[in-house]
Design a protein around this ligand. Structure first.
Ligand code: VG1
Ligand code: CO
Length: 586
């Protein structure tokens, strides 16, 4: 195949954030933008002695606007870089967890070294919205920081890229193998099959089918016009027998429904954006019950654009993501994947401590990592060949407050896995009790045993970046000074800047958020988002613990309100950012 070398020059700002490189779509479409970044990834891989030459690479995405064009460009560049075989899901679609499954499962026995996920995840898609790309490694997980740092170095010195521009654009709409000569091929396969095969090893599908056919059970799964549609239809309706139509908005759209959709193209499964689902489950956007003129399903779920996020509901009941994680771990003995015992679990730092309480009681190793799925990878890999001389923490469950939950069957958060984990727990509990058990029942039982970590996250979006950074600096400069002092009538125990030392490879990640932790376990956390494409988003995380013999059925947003007042005082947020109102998320 003939390879063209195209001269180029560095483009500023090509720095991956919490989860890959995300920018405005038009910026990505501008001359050489995508090519510069993709070549920088290949240069990094070659520098790291990854077997690019003769290797197999996965390329697909969440179906967003410009993906078809971007995928064709990446294919042509991959062959120019020496790759022998490119794998794509049908339609160029693979959800983020499915792509991880493809690298790990289909990749076995091949010189498979990784994959490009063309997605900006929950960010809206379209020519005027957001685009993104992320490189996942041989283990199926996001590139670690030491690798993205190298990528950034390459983007700053790139002078040329290579592309096989004589290859015609290929039709990826159905399963097919293209033999391009010179030992190069592109193979398109059904986008669901690998992920489904992995999930079948995790769960007892027969038992879930039993729950779904229970006369009192009903469910709805809102795919929000993201990539989950084909997976939900095939797995939930097809394999598990949910009634046709249980999966809503199940056709992936390039703009996730765009401005006309009830969620304005924000395919983000939370109380604010998943408006159709939240309404159908008989709730308002504060998660409070509202009257409904239709029968309310017994179980509800939603997914984001790339289907790695999940929201779990039962009739008129919202399961907060931090609680969901703790409850799955508490009931992990009901999930076949963990039949030999769960060895480890982890949460991101801002995620509530509900998990820690369960882990302690059950004697499971529990870790606190910075925000972003890439930090879970080493812990999960500790049980495989990657770190053979280290202690093993797998099997492993982990999650984040941002509606992300998963386990070590793949190396990404997995929206479908979370839904099946809940269905599995409900199925086993229903089998045992003889009458239908709901998420609400599981939650009430859980709180009575472990107490409840009331929680909320406030987002301040589109804030002036310099002002937000100034505010963070003010708090950082003072970090430590408040420990031991009385603030807002409560004694502060810890006041620091969160720093993480990876227990497996010792790498250090500094500056991962400002923490105010009180004697009673209440927490106030500030950090800046690393997934936005314009300005800054300040995230404020609030948590208050109520013991098992306390008041367990209050509204979470009300319980943490006094903490919010303290947080605003500590940060002087209103005077720094001029913001009076926040966006309460979970
Ligand atoms: C957010 C969430 C984080 C999550 C990340 C990627 O990051 O807080 O928990 O891992 O999005 O999720 P940030 O830096 O904006 O807070 V996804 O589904 O957009 O890949
Ligand atoms: Co996502």
């Amino acid at each position: 195949l003939s390879v063209s070398t195209v001269p180029t020059a560095p483009i500023a700002g090509q720095k991956p954030g919490t989860s890959g490189l995300r920018k405005k779509t038009k910026e990505f479409m501008s001359e050489n933008y995508l090519a510069n970044f993709v070549q920088s990834v290949f240069n990094t891989l070659i520098e790291m002695k990854t077997p690019v030459q003769g290797g197999t690479l996965v390329v697909s995405g969440d179906g967003r606007f410009w993906n078809p064009e971007a995928i064709q460009i990446i294919i042509k560049m991959a062959f120019a870089a020496g790759v022998s075989r490119v794998w794509c899901g049908t339609g160029g679609l693979l959800s983020t967890p499915a792509l991880s499954a493809v690298i790990r499962a289909r990749g076995k026995g091949f010189e498979s070294f990784g994959g490009f996920i063309c997605s900006a995840s929950h960010n809206p898609g379209g020519i005027n919205d957001d685009y993104g790309i992320k490189y996942n490694c041989e283990n199926g997980g996001p590139s670690p920081e030491k690798m993205t740092d190298l990528m950034v170095e390459w983007t700053a010195k790139i002078a040329e890229y290579k592309i096989c521009d004589k290859i015609p654009d290929l039709d990826l709409s159905k399963p097919i193998t293209y033999d391009l000569g010179d030992g190069k091929s592109v193979e398109v396969f059904d986008c669901v099959e690998d992920h489904l095969a992995v999930l079948k090893t995790c769960f007892d599908f027969d038992s879930i089918r039993g729950l779904i056919s229970h006369p009192d059970f009903s469910m709805t799964y809102d795919c929000m016009s993201g990539v989950q549609g084909p997976y939900a239809i095939k797995i939930v309706e097809g394999e598990l027998g949910a009634a046709a139509g249980s999966c809503k908005n199940a056709v992936p759209l390039p703009d996730f429904g765009g401005p006309e959709s009830a969620w304005h193209g924000h395919a983000d499964p939370n109380l604010t954006y998943a408006v159709e689902l939240v309404r159908d489950m008989g709730l308002n956007k504060e998660g409070l019950p509202i009257a409904s003129d239709k029968p309310i399903p017994k179980f509800g779920a939603a997914a984001d654009g790339d289907a790695d996020r999940n929201m779990i509901l039962s009739s008129q009941f919202f399961v907060s993501p931090s609680d969901s994680l703790a409850m799955i771990v508490a009931n992990s003995d009901l999930i076949p994947q963990f039949k030999d015992g769960l060895k480890g679990c982890a949460r991101s730092m801002p995620t509530s401590g509900a998990l820690d309480i369960v882990a302690k009681k059950k004697g499971i190793e529990c870790f606190e990592v910075p925000t972003g799925w890439k930090f879970f990878g080493n812990l999960m890999d500790s049980g495989t060949h990657y770190f053979p001389d280290k202690k093993t923490y797998t099997p492993f469950i982990c999650g984040e407050e941002s509606f992300g939950t998963g386990a070590d069957h793949v190396r990404e958060k997995d929206g479908m896995w979370a839904v099946l984990a809940w269905l599995q727990i409900l199925a086993k509990k229903t089998e045992k009790s003889g009458k239908l058990v709901t998420c609400e029942d599981v939650a009430n039982e859980h709180w009575k045993e472990y107490g409840r970590n009331y929680y909320a996250r406030y987002d301040y979006e589109g804030v002036d970046k310099a002002k937000a950074e100034e505010m963070m600096k003010m708090m950082s400069d003072k970090a430590g000074s408040l420990a031991g002092q009385e603030v807002g009538g409560m004694k502060m125990k810890t006041n620091d800047i969160f720093e993480y030392v990876d227990p497996v490879d010792g790498s250090v990640s500094k500056n991962q958020g400002i923490r105010y932790i009180f004697e009673d376990g209440s927490r106030i956390i500030f950090r800046l988002s690393g997934t936005g494409v314009a300005g800054a988003t300040v995230r404020l995380y609030l948590e208050k613990y109520e013991a098992a013999d306390g008041s367990l059925n209050q509204h979470q947003f009300e319980v943490v309100k006094p903490l919010a007042a303290i947080a605003l005082e500590l940060s002087q947020l209103q005077s720094y950012t001029g913001r009076e109102t926040e966006h309460i998320l979970n």
